[in-house]
Design a protein around this ligand. Structure first.
Ligand code: SAH
Length: 225
């Protein structure tokens, strides 16, 4: 899978995309992630990517031309399944959307900045608008990292231990059961006996019960039919 991220602050993306699972997924060829600096698509000396809003509101607005040039260049090289804009008024991101995106070949993520982007970009170039929650960030870069991370880790083969991704929270709309490691007792705090029993049927049943009871207690909205 290939992810192209368009931003005015490429530095913000460097570390999150180049460590841990995302790094390994790129090294093993499961994912390619490219960051494009929008300023490379300007045509003036000052590399201007924003301008004052029509109507005289406060704040600056990202201009159409550099975004258009960058997206058109990418589209001339390959087909894209989705051109995503990160936006607080988009659909709220969740595991189902991550699963859906992980099946795609090529996606673009455009990061907004400043007051926002010229609305015509959203009307004519964007195919999907995604919010990572009901709060406002300074820019779309952190949202793009959240999307890239959550998508890449579920590309088959990317995570190494695939079973692990499938038993995470939200797959099956359930929260994950608790996990423990050695020592079996610390400070008098004990690991549940069943996990030390060696009885795998019992352990599996306990994990399922835990997933259900934790979901019912903490996130009943996930299991309402
Ligand atoms: N004026 C805009 C917010 C601009 S914040 C409004 O009120 O809707 C600047 C940029 O940060 C946005 O264009 C968007 O790309 C990004 N951003 C902010 N909050 C976000 C969120 N919750 N999810 C995804 N992207 C967000």
């Amino acid at each position: 899978m290939r992810i192209d991220i368009i931003t005015v602050v490429p530095e913000l993306l460097a570390s999150p995309l180049n460590e841990s699972i995302l790094k390994r997924a790129q090294e093993s060829g499961h994912a390619e992630i490219y960051v494009h600096n929008l300023r490379d698509y300007t045509d003036d000396k000052r590399r201007t990517v924003d301008d004052y809003p029509f109507g005289g509101e406060a704040g600056m607005v990202m201009k159409i031309e550099p975004v258009y040039r960058c997206i058109e260049k990418l589209r001339s090289e390959r087909d894209y399944d989705e051109i995503i804009f990160t936006s607080p008024d988009g659909i709220t991101y969740n595991q189902q959307e991550a699963n859906r995106l992980s099946l795609m070949n090529n996606i673009i993520i455009l990061c907004g900045h400043y007051k926002g982007i010229d609305y015509r970009i959203r009307e004519h170039l964007i195919t999907r608008e995604i919010s990572i929650g009901d709060y406002v960030l300074t820019g779309g870069e952190l949202a793009a990292c959240v999307i890239a991370d959550s998508v890449v880790r579920i590309i088959p083969g990317a995570i190494g231990d695939e079973a692990s991704a499938l038993t995470d929270c939200f797959q099956d709309n359930l929260l994950a059961p608790p996990v423990y490691t050695r020592p079996a007792e610390f400070n008098g705090w004990k690991v549940p006996d069943v996990l030390l029993s060696g009885n795998f049927a019992e352990i599996e049943k306990w994990q399922e019960d835990q997933a259900w009871s934790r979901t019912k207690a903490l996130r009943p909205d996930l299991i309402k039919e």
